[in-house]
Design a binder for this molecule. Structure first.
Ligand code: ACO
Length: 425
């Protein structure tokens, strides 16, 4: 494709056209500032790609999501979470023996250093799980400092396997600490999801067998959250990583970014909103009216997405899974009915139709997490567990790309021009 040409006053620059493998077309403005002194202003990066990525592909208009080329629907139906993690980290689906050695490596790292218990106990019992998880992830760099070099592939592999193995244990332990229950050690005879359920829900006084329906549902939820292009938290991971910070620090930044209610924190907010409705604090139409009111900051949580202007394919799968899981567990949750009514009302309302606002991944996920037995304030750490492979795959891609530069955006300075210092009068 021929270059695009940008003309501004007496200056002109050719902008090479970059084509992606799915016919996406971008203009390469890398030489713009150096050659013209101009730069671009792009609030929220809605028009800007910082990098070329091979991890996941999203077509927001068609409602398509693929990890390394594989449709999310197929992976959710057939794969295990660790298989998907391998796919994201190493680029292709594992052979049987590659998967077995990957699972073996991850399983061997599931224990935490004993003295990490003191770290959890330094937090107030009522601390939010996302804050504890982000701090504990950052602290891993102090407990496991032997493999922090971002330019050493063996060290990166070891740190990635450690993170995949230890984040479930950290989430389970912070849950136990907050619940005033004894910590449960990992069981390496169980698969990834079942072991996590064991560490969260078992107690030493009684035998515990993870419910296969619950473990299978958790496996699907983790896969659905595993990667999503250059979202807010993945960009945070990349940004911190671009300064050559270690993997643990970079992922900790991603966890902080995910905690915001406009991002992963929305799954908790959706449930709070549905519970308020169930408690009679307003009917569906009053919430829709508030969401539409420009003078009210309230937004319909779990609705809308920067990229999807059609149904979020993850939401479609989760909606079906929520109905299936509740039926299999024989749970009759009135929140599912309220969610369905809310969705139907919003989708037939001009405000939502005109703005192409559809349910996103967070709209139905909380209903399943609740059915699986998790308290509402644990929902976002479950999202973080699922997103972990995507964050690490993107960080690895960044570190392996010879074109990577430290992230350092421009700014349009609009403050005071030079003025002389005046002593206090
Ligand atoms: N409720 C009501 N109105 C909304 C909503 C919503 N949930 N989402 C967007 N809008 C409206 C905006 O007010 C705006 O209207 P206007 O054009 O009249 O000003 C228009 O739709 C476009 O919205 P933007 O804020 O420009 O869209 P943006 O792409 O910047 O934001 C976001 C996307 C943050 C997801 C937004 O839709 C939102 O706040 N949703 C609720 C929070 C949520 O569910 N977040 C989870 C997202 S998925 C994830 O991160 C895992």
């Amino acid at each position: 494709m021929a270059d695009a040409v940008l003309r501004f006053e007496d200056r002109e620059i050719n902008l090479p056209v970059i084509e992606g493998s799915e016919n996406e077309v971008g203009l390469d403005i890398s030489r713009l500032a150096a050659e013209t002194g101009l730069f671009t202003l792009d609030r929220g990066f809605g028009n800007t790609a910082e990098s070329q990525s091979q991890v996941s592909f999203i077509d927001g208009a068609a409602g398509i999501l693929r990890y390394r080329g594989y449709p999310i629907e197929q992976l959710a139906e057939h794969a295990s979470f660790l298989e998907v993690a391998y796919l994201l980290l190493y680029g292709s689906l594992p052979t049987k023996s590659a998967l077995a050695s990957f699972e073996d490596s991850v399983t061997r790292h599931t224990l935490l250093r004993e003295d990490m218990k003191k770290l959890f106990e330094a937090f107030p019992h009522e601390a939010h799980p996302m804050q504890i998880l982000a701090s504990a992830t950052s602290a891993l760099a102090t407990y496991y400092p032997d493999a922090l070099d971002p330019r050493n592939p063996e060290a990166v592999d070891l740190s990635m396997h450690r993170l995949l193995a230890k984040v479930p244990t950290m989430i389970a332990w912070l849950y136990k600490y907050r619940a005033h229950q004894p910590y449960m050690y990992p069981r390496n005879d169980l698969d990834y999801s079942a072991n996590f359920l064991h560490m969260v829900f078992s107690i030493p006084a009684e035998p515990y067998t993870p419910d296969p329906v619950v473990a299978a549902a958790l496996n699907v939820l983790l896969i659905l959250h595993a990667d999503h292009g250059q979202n807010c938290s993945a960009t945070a991971v990349r940004l911190v990583g671009s300064g050559d910070a270690n993997l643990f620090s970079s992922v900790s930044a991603g966890i902080h970014a995910l905690s915001g209610p406009l991002h992963g924190g929305a799954n908790q907010e959706v449930l709070d909103m549905l519970e308020e409705m169930a408690a009679g604090e307003g009917d569906v139409s009053s919430y829709i009216a508030r969401a539409k009111d420009r003078n009210d900051p309230f937004r319909l949580m779990g609705f809308g997405h920067r990229i999807y202007k059609n149904f979020d394919p993850r939401a479609r799968i989760i909606k079906q899974a929520a109905t299936d899981v509740l039926a299999k567990l024989r749970i009759d949750d009135p929140l599912l009915d309220i969610a369905q009514e809310l969705e139907a009302t919003a989708l037939s309302d001009d405000y939502f139709i005109e703005r192409k606002l559809y349910p996103n991944v967070d709209f139905y996920s909380g209903i399943i997490y609740r059915a699986l037995g998790f308290p509402t304030d644990m929902f976002t750490v479950l999202f973080a567990l699922g997103r972990l492979p995507g964050w690490m795959a993107q960080w690895k891609e960044l570190k392996e790309d010879p074109k990577t530069r430290i992230y350092r955006p421009q700014q349009v300075y609009s403050g005071e021009t030079e003025r002389a210092y005046q002593p206090p009068s």
